[in-house]
Design a protein around this ligand. Structure first.
Ligand code: MV4
Length: 447
């Protein structure tokens, strides 16, 4: 087992990994930028190294600095968290080549699944349903026109190096197809250095359902059930829950089994999420694999009882997972609200600054994952999420009630947050009925 783990990240996910290390008797090493000297992850880790100045590009994204900190601290392994370098196959490779275990999948699996079109081909090979679309990348305008005619408009043009909604364009008919195609290629080339695109039939107003998977190096691949992430705005998830409301049991089993087939077929190890879209008929279609631990992993931990970060560490150390699929049950209902330092009344514009007064919610069924405290100043350089408020109760109705109670008792004075927005969603009849889809926020709540 590892003696020391370096966390190449900051904020609440750094605390989350430090906590898992502490409980496993593993030393933790934090890295931080000059803007994060007063951050909780620096205070709570056993050691901390400054890796550069405030901008991410000068600190958290500087591979040589991160590796140097791992060398100086004599760490055995590196946990990348999410965001930053978490899905950077080159960083994964450099960690291993430098003698540090990377707590995540192999660089090969990360590389393959990071290419969306390759991931789509792997889904097909594992009998996982995909949206009707092109057979590989679109090599010419004629092929695009032919494929679009076959699958029917509207079609979605997707950048193979994209993901998470980046590098996508909808084409409504043949006239707009070619312009959309060249725009998508140019954008993808500029953003990802890879202009490869593929086509899929556009599924209108889908739900976003993803399956948490954890696989060890001994052939044990488990799913921790599904999460519904349909409450999102401009591809930013706001509320996630498990299990998904209104998904028939048979569909739940099918989507989770498809995810396991996909991960097994990709020779993937450690934690990963298989993302699907689900249409009105409850048909599901593979979209992409997220080869990292995700922000919303706690909702799966609450309903399954599995500590995912400890599981990741065990798997990276070559240990077998201490459970099998038949040991796991989805118990109760969990909801997570992302508390961001943003002002919903001003288009969710970031609202960094000093937190004058802070009170964390608690009580039965409440989990609060956050790095902030009274007197902490939220820096403007990074992602605006300051906390995750997670509740876990026997039923969805009770979980909604507990979440509303916890949101009301949470106090964050000095900056605006998304807490008020969440309370509006949680009392809206569409959310309560669970009939919302991924366009619902923009369609129903945004004026
Ligand atoms: C789609 C889709 C509809 N039809 N693909 C791609 C990135 C992933 N995170 C979500 N993506 C989608 N892929 C087909 N063929 C709908 C989504 C989608 C979405 C698309 C646009 C705006 C918001 C969205 C939220 C969730 C899912």
């Amino acid at each position: 087992m590892f003696k020391k783990i370096l966390i190449a990240n900051r904020g609440e996910i750094a605390l989350r990994v430090i906590r898992a290390c502490r409980e496993l008797g593993i030393q933790s090493v934090a890295v931080y930028s000059e803007a994060d000297t007063d951050s909780m992850h620096v205070a709570l880790a056993d050691e901390a190294y400054c890796v550069g100045s405030a901008r991410s590009a000068d600190s958290y994204l500087k591979i040589d600095q991160i590796i140097a900190a791992a060398e100086v601290s004599d760490a055995d392994a590196i946990h990348p968290g999410y965001g930053f370098l978490a899905e950077n196959a080159h960083f994964n490779e450099v960690c291993r080549a430098s003698g540090f275990e990377f707590i995540g999948p192999s660089p090969q699996a990360m590389e393959k699944l990071g290419d969306k079109n390759t991931a789509r081909s792997m889904a097909i090979a594992s009998d996982v349903p995909v949206v009707p679309g092109s057979d590989g990348l679109i090599e010419s305008d004629d092929v695009a026109i032919k494929v679009a005619k076959e699958i029917g408009y509207p079609v979605l043009i997707k950048a193979t190096a994209g993901g998470g909604g980046k590098g996508m364009r909808v084409a409504l008919d043949e006239d707009t197809l070619l312009t959309a195609l060249s725009q998508a290629r140019t954008e993808a080339e500029a953003a990802f250095g890879n202009g490869g695109v593929y086509l899929e039939k556009y599924v209108g107003n889908p739900r976003h359902i993803e399956v948490q998977v954890i696989a060890d190096h001994h052939g044990n691949v488990c799913h921790l059930f599904e999460r519904d992430c349909s409450v999102q705005r401009r591809h930013q998830k706001l509320i996630e829950e498990a299990p998904s409301p209104n998904l028939p049991e048979e569909r739940r089993d099918a989507i989770c089994e498809a995810a396991v087939r996909m991960i097994r077929g990709a020779d993937y190890t450690n934690a990963g999420t298989v993302e699907f879209i689900v249409d009105e008929n409850n048909d599901f279609y593979f979209i992409e694999v997220n080869a990292r631990i995700q922000v919303e992993h706690p909702v799966s931990e609450m309903v399954s009882g599995v500590d995912l970060i400890k599981s990741q560490i065990l798997v990276a150390a070559g240990e077998p997972l201490p459970f099998k699929q038949e040991d796991l049950q989805c118990v109760g209902h969990a909801i997570e609200c992302r508390i961001n330092a943003e002002d919903p009344s001003k288009g969710f514009r970031p609202n960094p600054g000093s937190i004058k007064k802070f009170f964390a919610p608690g009580g039965i069924g409440v989990r609060f994952d956050s790095h902030v405290y009274g007197g902490y100043s939220v820096p403007p350089y990074y992602d605006s999420m300051i906390a995750k408020l997670i509740v876990h109760r026997p039923t969805r109705a009770e979980a909604i009630a507990t979440m509303r109670r916890a949101l009301k008792e949470m106090q964050v004075e000095g900056i605006e947050t998304t807490a008020g927005f969440h309370d509006i969603v949680l009392q809206h009849e569409d959310f309560i009925k669970g009939t919302h889809d991924t366009k619902w926020v923009e369609r129903e709540l945004m004026d």
